[in-house]
Unconditional design. Structure first.
Length: 334
């Protein structure tokens, strides 16, 4: 039997387990998966509604979840044959892991391949926020620039500043290592203090979160989203920061209380922010659009060709292992 339900693909599907790929993916990854599975894709890249997701999952043994698509308890309940959920991201708060585990469904993620790329983007946000890069670029494009103004368009120095990293896992450490090139002091807070070898490699000193917020010129967040981390940075925490400080979030939206951040930016309680992730993506609070001291990006932390290829390959290998051997690398079930 030939199946051509992925646009541009036709392949033999005799007796192969059925899988769903929720959004557009590299043709090479589709071809690899098609060697093992009867693949239903979504190369049009239009996100499924919750109802459509349930319909698509009804007869699937596996799903490769792309673009943070939600696989909630209702979707899992609507998928009686589901055995593996391979999330194509390191964060997996879009998947109801407890509901999956209760059904013994394997859930995997893609750790380790996107740390450096996400750290690069964090630095892009830091520089852009410190120097008002996007706001000033919009000004040049407006055609209104008439002369260099010596005491206008002034930003903040990144070099020599104190960098405060909250969440010192792989990505936080990759951010820290880059700071040496800018002669920065690095402080971090984390659930647990790291070993002295890692602290030395990152040239970073451990402090309590409140102390970090008081001391840092740049505060950057690098922890997964969880119920405990919900609004970890709110009005109380922002109040501890210096008025000249910059907040960077390339982790997950729900970690920052957006209304508190908007209020702080509006009232210059802090100087600026750089944000790649939002509480209700892809919806962005319109109050952000009125602020010129915030840089806004559409969740592109890991978005380079090389890294997205590695993530897709890893998610595909997780799915193949899970459905062919009954276990998989990169499991996140507790
Ligand atoms: C991206 O946000 C990821 O979690 O991989």
């Amino acid at each position: 039997m030939l199946n051509s339900n992925i646009r541009g693909f036709a392949f033999d599907t005799e007796m192969k387990p059925k899988i769903l790929i929720t959004r557009e993916l590299f043709p090479q990854t589709l071809a690899t998966l098609a060697q093992h599975f009867d693949v239903s894709g979504n190369q049009d890249d239009v996100p499924f509604t919750a109802q459509q997701m349930m319909q698509h999952l009804a007869d699937k043994a596996g799903v490769l979840v792309v673009g943070g698509d939600r696989i909630d308890a209702a979707a899992i309940a609507a998928a009686p044959q589901l055995k593996v959920i391979a999330n194509c991201a390191v964060g997996y708060n879009n998947v109801d892991v407890a509901a999956a585990s209760a059904r013994r469904i394997l859930v995997t993620n893609t750790p380790g391949v996107l740390d450096e790329t996400t750290a690069d983007l964090t630095w892009a946000l830091m520089f852009a926020a410190a120097r008002g890069v996007t706001e000033r670029e919009r000004f040049v494009r407006s055609g209104k620039w008439e002369s260099i103004r010596f005491i206008r368009n002034l930003g903040l120095d990144v070099h020599g500043a104190t960098l405060g990293i909250i969440g010192m896992g792989r990505i936080g450490q990759a951010v820290a290592r880059r700071a040496a090139g800018f002669n920065m002091r690095v402080i971090y807070s984390n659930r647990a203090r790291l070993g002295s070898d890692i602290e030395r490699a990152c040239n970073a000193s451990y402090v309590e979160k409140a102390e970090l917020l008081r001391q840092a010129d740049f505060v950057t967040l690098h922890m997964p989203y969880s119920a405990e981390n919900h609004h970890l940075i709110g009005a109380k925490e922002i109040a501890l920061m210096q008025p000249s400080a910059v907040l960077i979030n390339a982790a997950r939206g729900g970690i920052v209380d957006e209304l508190a951040l908007i209020d702080a930016l509006k009232n210059k309680r802090i100087a600026a922010a750089g944000i790649d992730v939002f509480e209700n993506e892809p919806k962005v609070r319109p109050e952000f659009f009125a602020l010129d001291n915030v840089v806004l990006l559409p969740h592109i932390g890991s978005a380079t060709t090389g890294t997205r290829r590695k993530m897709a390959d890893l998610a595909a290998q997780n799915l193949i292992a899970g459905l062919t051997t009954g276990t998989a690398p990169n499991l996140v079930n507790g």
